[in-house]
Design a protein around this ligand. Sequence first.
Ligand code: SF4
Length: 250
Amino acid sequence: MFTKEEASALSAQFETKTPQEIIQWAVDEFAPEIAVSTSFQTHSMALLHMVTRIQPDIKIFFLDTGYHFWDTLIFREQIQHEWNLNVVDLYRDSRWDIFARQNTRTLPLQDPNLCCYIHKVQPMQKALSGLKAWISGIRRDQTPERAHAQILELQDDGLLKVNPLLNWTKSDVQTYIADHNLPAHPLYERGYRSIGCAPCTVPVGAGDNDRAGRWVGRHKIECGLHTDMFKHKELAEVKDQFVMKPEDMK
Ligand code: SF4
């Protein structure tokens, strides 16, 4: 494995590489102990297409939060079948079941940080715990937080996060999608340009940032997968970020 200094130096070299070159390097280095995550929204299709052309049987992690639009789940099934993808659905830990069921309708609205932690952050941490590398599709032009990301990010636990699209713009992604005639999420044409869970996603106007329709009015722009929250493995380290205090939150 790498030291943080080695990963940082390599990351700087990758600033001028194409996404495909970065993915190829990661696959050569880590397969089969590598996975890619996807939300199956329109702009995710570019990364999914690139990665599976290089490593067709790579593990593809999909967070099945239980709050997705039905359209997302149907699109996910369609693409998995047509592209013959190795999709692995990730679910919340069962210890949250009673609390989550009791608060199904209110949780995303009253405490979206806790809801994302339960349904996204923890399941992804668990799924990645046995792997060496994680390919994600974040770009620097998406949010202020992502603007400071690095192409290679080595976590304290040894997991290497690989962000091959970091230097691509929305326009680059759209060009790739058009050039390869990739399918679009069925809600995209209706203004849902960044699609997460149904209670936390609304359509946006033509001039709006794509992510302006996520968690509207809830002072939240990231789910936690790409923030410091993801680096903390113990619940006690992050529970101050939550409003609700379920009894099993020890
Ligand atoms: S996006 Fe919304 S519904 Fe989905 S896990 Fe986060 S808070 Fe919950």
